[in-house]
Design a protein around this ligand. Structure first.
Ligand code: BDP
Length: 589
């Protein structure tokens, strides 16, 4: 599924704006055929979560089903085209009707989905789009869900959150990224996969694999210009596929310092006529892990950055472009070079932005806090399908330098994880991910409860650690925390002999709270803890980076540990800096 573009062959109608909205806590809508007429006075903005927009209607902690509907005019000049409905993301499950007729369903939140709707609409009149969204999770979804009953059964009542959640970010519900009507030719370019490499000091390689739908006999032409010369290749379709191989001389490579992007032009040609076109920004670069180092274009790089979240007041998890600009400005201000899309795929808009700004991204599948005791064949199938879809969506982004296939499995510290169950699970996941992309390292951040024997270490190319010594363990004891940390890192390195990346460390901090001694929650404590971690991390020869937790405060489910938000941001949720931000800026200079 390609990111929508507008050109001579393709068009986009954006349906962002106000939609009719109705919560359906009793799940009666389908039986009552709400997909035919949605009777309601309530409206909601799309993109955006329902929780904060409609808190006054009682939806603050609403987990369940809700309905969206909007009329849209599909112009006559789309008549010769194939028409698609594309949703950038809706969390987590959705079902779609057009003009009262069922079109399809989607089980994968945080990722785009689309359905062809040509047969469901008429041209030159309005059509009605209805989308049911449900934000419930269970043992088989990615991420897994949890119920109040499970907390009780497992004797973990004090860990129960509201809404019940396995993870520490708010399970916002809603249509979170743009809904669009897309028009494409009937014979069209349907997939593009681009690999790049470095052949010499100034010689780059671009290999494009293109899939086409609706036409058997056609040619595909690919080309890239370097300002002086045009490099092109043309092949005939075989089984709906074609390839283009380009060697670019005088090539400008993509790097964080100079995120240079070429425009890869792809033309589908039938009877000597161009019948479809797609232009893809392409960065020529190579990523490798060799020995204890991470290399971009054969130059070693040390990662400085964050785990982030898509989270903001009122809009919740909705796409909010000004926030992307602001966050990247702040990252630049801090001298950061990277972030991890903890704990789910971020918007496509953000990924393209990262390509243009030269910020490196670790791209994460939302298998957060996986509890293998509750996983079954369907869970693993869903996990793999997630990986497939994410890799397909983000493969061509030069900014993506690593995949993260999950986060902190076995957070509950279950014994069963180590009896071969965890190993079997992750072996299958890693080898599947590798079969889809052998050009990037793959990792899964490990938590201290899963410990040094976590099977993810065996399969990861880079060992990613999330540690909270000085916070959850050894609270307020920075000196002791530093000793434990250093010893544990050495032990992990000794066992696996692979480079270590710190993907999480941090402390909750109440802005405006101060102390002259090591006092948790103060701005000074956060700054000192971060400084201490960075010192220990940098004292090792096998470390390849430090990504602290978190860039900004973010909303969490209700729990006594959280004062509405997780306060480990070095910025507040509104993006005002805490003391640590200035400290980190200085260290990362
Ligand atoms: C880690 C999780 C992250 C949490 C963080 C914390 O990966 O999602 O927000 O701890 O507790 O375990 O702040």
């Amino acid at each position: 599924m390609l990111y929508p573009v507008h050109n001579n062959f393709r068009s986009i109608l954006d349906l962002s704006g106000f939609w009719k909205f109705k919560a359906d806590p009793l799940k009666i809508g389908e039986k009552k055929k709400w997909y035919k007429v949605l009777k309601t006075k309530t409206e909601i903005a799309v993109p955006g979560s329902w929780n904060e927009q409609l808190a006054e209607e009682g939806l603050s902690d609403f987990i369940g089903t809700a309905w969206y509907s909007k009329k849209c005019f599909i112009p006559k000049d789309f008549q010769s085209k194939k028409i698609w409905l594309r949703v950038g993301s809706a969390d987590y499950y959705s079902k779609v009707w057009v003009n009262g007729k069922f079109v399809g369903e989607n089980h994968f939140g945080f990722l785009p989905y689309e359905f062809e709707i040509t047969e469901f609409i008429s041209f030159g009149v309005e059509s009605e789009i209805t989308i049911l969204v449900n934000n419930e999770l269970d043992n088989e979804t990615v991420p897994q869900g949890i119920t109040s009953a499970q907390f009780l059964e497992e004797n973990r009542l004090r860990e129960e959150t509201n809404p019940p959640s396995r993870f520490d970010f708010y399970p916002f519900g809603g249509i979170h990224r743009p809904v669009q009507i897309i028009a494409t030719p009937h014979q069209y370019i349907s997939k593009i996969k681009v690999d790049t490499g470095i052949l010499g000091v100034k010689k780059g390689r671009v290999k494009a694999e293109i899939e086409v739908t609706g036409v058997q006999d056609a040619k595909v032409a690919v080309s890239i210009g370097n300002g002086k010369q045009l490099f092109s290749d043309q092949t005939r379709l075989a089984n709906n596929r074609a390839r283009g191989n380009l060697i670019i001389s005088d090539c400008k490579f993509w790097s964080p310092q100079e995120p240079f992007l070429y425009e890869l032009q792809i033309h589908l040609i039938s009877d000597n006529k161009i019948i479809d076109e797609y232009v893809l920004p392409v960065g020529v670069r190579e990523v490798k892990v060799r020995g204890n180092k991470l290399y971009i274009n054969n130059k070693s790089i040390y990662l400085k950055g964050f785990g982030k979240h898509e989270d903001f007041s009122t809009i919740g998890k909705g796409l909010f472009l000004p926030l992307i600009v602001k966050d990247f400005e702040l990252m630049k201000w801090l001298n950061a070079n990277s972030f991890r899309t903890s704990h789910y795929p971020y918007s496509e808009e953000m990924m393209y932005y990262a390509d243009r700004k030269g910020i490196l991204v670790i791209d994460e599948v939302p298998a957060v806090s996986l509890d293998t005791r509750y996983a079954n064949n369907k869970s693993i199938r869903n996990h793999k399908e997630y990986i497939r879809r994410l890799i397909e969506r983000d493969y061509n982004h030069p900014s993506v330098i690593m995949w993260s296939a999950g986060n902190e499995p076995n957070l509950v510290g279950a014994e069963e994880y180590y009896d071969g169950t965890g190993k079997k699970y992750w072996k299958e996941i890693f080898s599947y991910a590798r079969s889809l992309d052998s050009s990037r390292p793959i990792t899964v951040p490990n938590c201290s409860r899963a410990g040094i024997n976590d099977p993810v270490f065996e399969f990861s190319d880079v060992l990613s650690l999330n540690r909270y010594y000085g916070w959850y363990e050894y609270p307020g004891k920075l000196k002791y925390a530093a000793e434990i940390l250093s010893k544990e890192m050495d032990a992990i390195y000794k066992k696996y002999k692979k480079p270590i990346l710190f993907t999480e460390f941090g402390a909750d901090t109440l802005p405006g709270s101060h102390s002259t001694s090591d006092q948790m929650f103060t701005e000074e404590y956060q700054a000192s803890l971060i400084e201490m971690y960075i010192k220990v991390i940098r004292s090792k020869t096998y470390t390849i980076g430090e990504q602290l937790w978190n860039f900004a405060d973010f909303k969490t489910p209700q729990h006594f540990r959280r004062v509405v938000q997780n306060l480990k941001g070095i910025f507040t949720r509104e993006r005002s800096p805490k003391l640590a931000a200035f400290k980190v800026k200085e260290i990362w200079k």
